[in-house]
Structure formats: C-alpha cells, structure tokens
Design a protein around this ligand. Sequence first.
Ligand SMILES: CC(C)(COP(=O)(O)OP(=O)(O)OC[C@H]1O[C@@H](n2cnc3c(N)ncnc32)[C@H](O)[C@@H]1OP(=O)(O)O)[C@@H](O)C(=O)NCCC(=O)NCCS
Length: 181
Amino acid sequence: MEENIIFTETERLILRNMVSKDYKDLCKILQDDEVMYAYEGAFRDQEVQNWLDKQMTRYREDGFGLCAVIRKEDGEMIGQCGLTMQEVWGKQVIEIGYLFRKEYWHQGYAIEAARACKEYAFGVLHAKEVFSIIRDNNIPSQNVAKRNGMKPVDMFVKHYRGVDMPHIVFSVKEAGAESKG
Ligand SMILES: CC(C)(COP(=O)(O)OP(=O)(O)OC[C@H]1O[C@@H](n2cnc3c(N)ncnc32)[C@H](O)[C@@H]1OP(=O)(O)O)[C@@H](O)C(=O)NCCC(=O)NCCS
C-alpha cells in the first residue's frame, strides 16, 4: 500500500508525495496545452506516467521530488510543487518547481507552496542557495520566483522535447550565506 507522505504544509495547502492513483489528477495538469506552454504543449499518456515514475524515483533516491499540492478546504489536487535536484554550473543544486491547474491560477497558491519549499530547503535540508530554472518566455513562473525572493543569476539553453529552450537561472541564498558573499 502506498502511503500519503506529507512533505510540508501551509495555511491553505498540503504538499504530499504523489502516489499511483494521482495519475488522473496529474493528467489534468500535464495534458493541458495552456499549462504546458513552456514544455512545448500537452504530454501524451506515457509521458505523464514517466513523469510520475520519475517523482517516485526522486522520493526514494533524493528524499524529495515534485509533490501533489492538495487544497485543504476540499482535498482537491490543484497542482504540483516541490524540490528536485538539477544540474547548474556542473553541480547538483536544489530547484523549486511548480505547475498548477489553470482554474487555480491567480489565487496565490503557487507562491504559498513555493515559499514553503524554500523554507524546507533552507530549514530542513540546510541548503545555502536554492534555484528555479525557468524558460525565458514563462513570465508567470518568473514572477513566482521573484516573489519568492529570487533574482536572475544566469542563462543557459536546455534541449527538451527536441527544442532548444533558453532558460533563466533564478536563485536565492540563505540569509546567513548571503552575508558571507
Ligand atoms: C507558474 C504558475 C504556477 C503561476 O501561477 P500564478 O497563478 O501566476 O501564481 P500564484 O498562484 O502565486 O498567484 C499569484 C497571483 O494571485 C494573486 N493573489 C490572489 N490572492 C492571493 C493571495 N492570497 N496571496 C498571494 N497572491 C494572491 C496575486 O496578486 C497574483 O496575481 P497576478 O496573477 O495578477 O500576478 C502558473 O502560471 C502555471 O502553472 N504555469 C504553467 C506551468 C509552468 O510553466 N510552471 C513553471 C515551470 S518553470
């Protein structure tokens, strides 16, 4: 039996590890062309399954991955947010990622979840710096990163789904790390 392991929570949201039965709710996010604009469009069924499998591998190997974001008031899975390991400047760093169902945009849910992930990365994982790596044309996502205290620090091109995609590297340092430079 798969357990619902809670990663963190906020006033309105619970972030928990995804389980197999989340596939259908995940499709509502990953198979929506508008949500997946920055990923070159909606995923096919197998791509959704691969995405879910990848998060489960991350939970096992890294101890965290993208989580299901559950709205407390009705138990609805409204999006995904969490921490993943990514490569920046040839080293592994912690990234905050977020993707929400369209009908739950513009209500502050993404920034609420992203802030909680930042607190987890600094407070529990003792990260010195956390990142969000965002496609250059994805302004709503960049706005979440900025509201999360991040600044653009670099750019690089990611090759994904057969397309070259310029990405901006946003980051924020842990308060102590910042004063040390
Ligand atoms: C990125 C994404 C999650 C951002 O969603 P969002 O709705 O813009 O962000 P938030 O949920 O933080 O909501 C912020 C908005 O809610 C408003 N808001 C309303 N109530 C609020 C509250 N209680 N607290 C904070 N903001 C609130 C803010 O003023 C802001 O308004 P704006 O949209 O006019 O700027 C969303 O666009 C998305 O899922 N995109 C597709 C997936 C994607 O590209 N992910 C990123 C990959 S790098």
